[in-house]
Write a protein that binds this ligand. Structure first.
Ligand SMILES: Nc1ncnc2c1ncn2[C@@H]1O[C@H](COP(=O)(O)OP(=O)(O)OP(=O)(O)O)[C@@H](O)[C@H]1O
Ligand SMILES: Cc1ncc(CO)c(N)n1
Length: 397
């Protein structure tokens, strides 16, 4: 069944954030996106020229219409448009207990323009009460909690107070903090088996394509929750999606440009069990000659390591590597798993024998190996952004 995501958010004419980012994200993650538009913004990468809120009745009419016919597996709430809409939507969603709801408390666009007045921000309290998780950035955490967010301890106290007062999980996004690393932290209400605090840290991506990162992250979390991943798993997968979409952005516009959700195709396995064919490694006798051949065929070279290894990207996002014959005597077919360790444990229970247990390799890939009945080498793995965007990716690729 295709996960059905209802997106309640504003339109961004520039296509970088809002409904447009949400639909692109849901589509790339294999979900069906439905929308209740709360406001239309005239917006580009530099700023917001005008905002036209949609009347509350019309927002609810969109929600009711799709719920009645198509149904919904998860909801994402973004820019809300007015305090009245926030209150009415909270009331409607309270009638759907158990439905995963991701609330991105949008207040200000990346360009600095205000997208919610004081009354609307005050009404966010009601949406937090129905949400599964609320995803504030640091200024939003400060506004919602009324507390200091100056350091990690203060941020924890602010987030924990929101969890206690509103009853939802809180994902504090670290994009606005300074430093070479970006840390997001999830705080969960006390529940059996739920870790009270989970933290993710990754290198900051040096990019102007930060418009819509919050919208994209929250939509991706909604999609993954609809597929029954747990909240920490959904956040981890959504963060990977955001990072790859940021890294592949095309530098559009003169300000904070849009991300490239459309090019995150074979990077994240959307299924828990079925592996995804996205990479092959071939032995080479003469690396330079092979490189010339594959480039001539139209593949784009993205990695070169000494005289022994090269990687190419093909149209659509599959990759092909060449490795010196001394190190790799035969071709290897790579299948990416949604959860490598889980998949390997399952396959072993089915009687398959592995020649290599799951292990972290130097290139940042986690790999396990086995052979098919004819002796062909199969590698089950998980690489995420390290497949197309390792730190050593060729600068001009
Ligand atoms: N430069 C960056 N490098 C890597 N990850 C980033 C960067 N900037 C933001 N992120 C990630 O993007 C997600 C959104 O975080 P951010 O704090 O930017 O939210 P936001 O301000 O709500 O976004 P928006 O720009 O859409 O308003 C988080 O997962 C954060 O870690
Ligand atoms: C419509 C809309 N929603 C959300 C954001 C937050 O980035 C934005 N800039 N525009």
């Amino acid at each position: 069944m295709i996960p059905r995501i209802l997106i309640v958010a504003g339109s961004d004419s520039g296509g970088g954030a809002g409904i447009q980012a949400d639909i692109k994200t849901a589509s790339m993650l294999g979900a069906h996106a439905m929308t209740a538009i709360t406001a239309i913004t005239a917006q580009n990468t530099l700023g917001v020229d005008a905002v036209h809120p949609i009347p509350t009745e019309m927002v609810l009419a969109q929600v009711d219409c799709v719920l009645r016919d198509i149904g919904v597996d998860a909801v994402k709430i973004g820019m809300i448009g007015s305090a009245r809409t926030a209150a009415a939507l909270a009331e409607r969603l309270a009638e759907l207990p158990g439905l995963p709801i991701v609330f991105d408390p949008v207040m200000v666009a990346t360009s600095g323009a205000s997208l919610a007045d004081e009354a609307t921000i005050a009404a966010f309290e009601r949406l937090m009460r129905v949400a599964t998780v609320t995803t504030p950035n640091l200024p939003e955490l400060k506004a919602l909690s009324g507390m200091s967010i100056l350091d990690k301890g203060a941020q924890r106290a602010a987030a924990q107070s929101l969890v206690a007062r509103r009853g939802c999980a809180v994902l504090v996004k670290g994009g606005h903090a300074k430093g070479r690393q970006v840390t997001d932290r999830l705080f969960q209400p006390a529940r059996e088996g739920a870790a009270p605090e989970v933290e993710w840290t990754d290198p900051r991506i040096d990019s102007e394509a930060t418009h819509g990162t919050g919208c994209t992250l929250s939509s991706a979390i909604a999609c993954e929750l609809a597929k029954d991943w747990s909240l920490p798993e959904a956040v981890a997968r959504a963060r990977r999606f955001v990072r790859i979409a940021m890294q592949d952005a095309g530098g559009l516009g003169q300000g904070h440009g849009p991300m490239a959700q459309q090019s995150v195709r074979l990077d994240l396995n959307q299924s828990r069990w079925s592996p995804m064919l996205n990479h092959v490694t071939l032995p080479t006798r003469d690396l330079s000659a092979s490189e010339h051949f594959w480039r001539l065929l139209g593949l784009r070279q993205i990695v070169r390591a000494d005289e022994r290894y090269a990687r190419f990207e093909t149209e659509g996002g599959a990759t092909l590597s060449l490795e010196a014959e001394e190190e790799l005597p035969a071709p290897v077919v790579f299948l990416e798993c949604g959860d490598l360790d889980l998949t390997v444990a399952y396959l072993k229970a089915q009687g398959l024998a592995f020649t290599q247990e799951p292990r972290d390799e130097n290139g940042g890939w986690r790999e396990a190996r086995l052979s098919d009945p004819s002796g062909n080498i199969v590698c089950l793995y998980q690489a995420g952004e390290m497949r197309r965007f390792p730190p050593w990716r060729l600068a001009d690729a």
